[in-house]
Design a protein around this ligand. Structure first.
Ligand code: 0L1
Ligand code: MG
Length: 262
């Protein structure tokens, strides 16, 4: 680590306040180009502690930048990991207020819920599928706290991987009953198809994103507990949304989930 603890706390506070007040900031690496990967996750962890201290709960985890479409869209070359706080959950068909966000975009994802603990290192797709209770459709609303959605990997990790809102719903399907590589998805905005794809767009298999997350947790001596909700990452590029938009994600064999923006 190259940053001292007071700098980490100050950067976490800045990102937290930007999220609370829906305003953007310059990326943290502009001020601290020397920061390393451990600093980036330390800022994310400090942000998480701030939320916990306000009484929020962490109700899930997420993998981001797991598809080549997303990596290309954002000009980066590897996945990132973050957490889902309870104040970011929107019920299926519910409303997301755009006034609380800076420049939201939506991503079509497959959500996993585990039924047994997963441990790395060496976690693989087979272990993830054996430990998965069910999968279901999920829409993630991302909202980078960085100006114009421009960042590098360390900055986006510090910013909890742009996590802003999410909705899960539709049908809960046992992983044995579905081939997640060939599962098709259709994302609709105001009734029009705006993106489509298949699960394999996420690292060849969405479960690979969960395995990567588990192996990342192992680097810190942590495991993925039973009963954890995990978003496996956008299958397509993210789609910008604004007030009045209605987004529906249809996932083959898993029904649909939707969210409105007001
Ligand atoms: O969930 C995601 O894939 C987003 C990761 C962070 C990058 C972005 O804001 O697009
Ligand atoms: Mg995402």
């Amino acid at each position: 680590m190259s940053l001292d603890s007071s700098t980490i706390e100050r950067l976490a506070e800045r990102l937290d306040v930007c999220q609370l007040e829906a305003r953007d900031t310059l990326k943290v690496t502009d001020e601290h180009p020397e920061m390393d990967w451990a600093d980036a996750y330390a800022i994310q962890d400090a942000g998480r502690r701030r939320k916990l201290a306000r009484g929020l709960k962490v109700i899930g985890l997420k993998a981001g930048l797991t598809s080549y479409a997303k990596m290309k869209q954002m000009g980066v070359d590897s996945p990132v990991f973050g957490y889902l706080a309870d104040d970011t959950a929107v019920p299926d068909g519910g409303v997301c207020k755009v006034s609380e966000l800076i420049h939201p975009k939506v991503e079509p994802e497959i959500a996993f819920v585990t039924r047994s603990e997963l441990k790395g290192p060496g976690c693989h797709i087979g272990a993830v599928l054996a430990a998965t209770d069910f999968v279901m459709p999920g829409i993630e609303v991302i909202d980078s706290r960085y100006r114009d959605f421009k960042f590098d990997l360390k900055s986006v990790i510090a910013d909890n991987t742009s996590a802003a809102r999410f909705v899960v719903g539709g049908a809960c399907v046992a992983p044995a009953g579905v081939d997640l590589r060939t599962t098709g998805i259709v994302l609709e905005k105001n009734g029009e198809v705006v993106a489509l794809g298949a699960g394999a767009a996420v690292l060849g298999h969405p479960a690979a994103a969960i395995a990567m997350l588990v192996n990342k947790l192992a680097e810190h001596g942590e495991t993925l507990p039973a009963g954890t909700l995990v978003l496996s990452g956008g299958i397509t590029e993210a789609v910008a949304v604004g007030a009045g938009d209605h987004i529906t994600l249809r996932v083959q064999g898993m029904g649909s989930v939707s969210i409105r923006f007001a």
